[in-house]
Design a protein. Structure first.
Ligand code: C5P
Length: 310
């Protein structure tokens, strides 16, 4: 009889988390706490950041991009949301340990795609494994909600409703296999700035409701119906701040996209396409107009998950 030899705990874990888009982003009047009530339908799409954590004597954070992304705007001090996530998990679990955190970014920074939220969610999942905590999902979702409105969704991925300020998430049926074209902008947009613009432009906002017809189009996988139901209450304020984006949306529309829209608070532009070939044609059309950073991404994809360990 051979003895069971326990495997050593991994020394490094890599977790991948996806960008999010909003198929509906219904925004209500500003709340006393400064946030806006949301009725949103999130979808995770195939653009990813990878977070690698390792055991270390002291905390460290390194940001890289193998994708030539402009990462200059990402803080590397304690204000970085991934470090906040790490400290929040340590506090929650009573862990007195440090870790090295390496973030390899593909998701555009300040693009309305919740890249920072993806980093926070990936850090939670990675450290939970590295430290062998087995934190219940419910607790991870609660910690995530303290970090940012989109972080709980980055944990679960797929397609989900978001209510409250976006932090209360619930998966919904999505029987489609959608193709998106994602056109980055060279300059980011500040989310609080776009919400402030919303407050100024929309004086009569009412409490938003989830669009049941949108949910029906997802459940049935009906792309024409989905295209007709996409909506974003932050599109008007984002275009008010960045009127140049209207041209980008028009170029995609002119090359066969079923529907164009601004992603979240912008400035990233999204195009829903009938299939992969059509998505490639839209990307080519955007390139021909000098819009350089354009990616094709499937949706929905998974939430934060382990991809490597050593
Ligand atoms: O929650 P998160 O940190 O991502 O929010 C960033 C900013 O976006 C908030 O400080 C607020 O200005 C704005 N926001 C909002 N209402 C929401 C979500 C975000 O006003 N539901």
């Amino acid at each position: 009889m051979s003895a069971v030899v326990p495997l050593p705990a991994p020394e490094a874990i890599t977790v991948r988390a996806a960008a999010k888009i909003n198929l509906q982003l219904g925004v209500g009047p500003i709340r006393p706490d400064g946030f806006h009530p949301l009725a949103t339908v999130y979808q995770a799409i195939g653009l990813y950041d990878d977070v690698t954590v390792g055991s270390a004597e002291d905390w460290s954070l390194t940001i890289t991009s193998h994708d030539a992304l402009d990462i200059g705007g990402v803080p590397t001090d304690d204000s970085n949301i991934a470090l906040k996530a790490a400290h929040a998990l340590a506090t929650h679990s009573g862990v007195d340990r440090a870790a090295s955190i390496l973030i390899n970014k593909t998701i555009p920074v300040a693009g309305g795609l919740a890249g920072g939220s993806a980093n926070a969610a990936a850090t939670l999942v990675a450290l939970d494994r590295l430290w062998d905590l087995n934190t219940p999902d419910e607790d991870l979702l609660k910690i995530a909600a303290t970090l940012g409105s989109d972080v709980p969704f980055a944990l679960i991925g797929g397609t989900a409703i978001g209510t409250g300020r976006g932090e209360l998430v619930e998966p919904v049926a999505d029987n489609g296999s959608w193709w998106w074209v994602v056109a980055e902008s060279e300059v980011g947009l500040s989310t609080p700035r776009v919400y402030t613009e919303f407050d100024q432009l929309v004086q009569d906002a009412s409490d938003p409701q989830i669009d049941r017809n949108l949910l029906a189009s997802l459940a049935s996988g009906d792309i024409e119906a989905l295209a007709s139901r996409l909506s974003n209450d932050l599109q008007r304020p984002a275009l008010h701040l960045r009127p140049d984006l209207r041209e980008v949306l028009d170029v995609g529309d002119g090359h066969g996209a079923l529907r164009s829209l601004i992603s979240g608070s912008g400035p990233t532009c999204l195009f829903l396409c009938a299939d992969h070939a059509s998505a490639l044609a839209v990307r080519q059309g955007l390139h021909a107009e000098g819009i350089e950073r354009v990616q094709v991404a499937p949706g929905p994809v998974a939430g934060a998950h382990v991809v490597d360990y050593a």
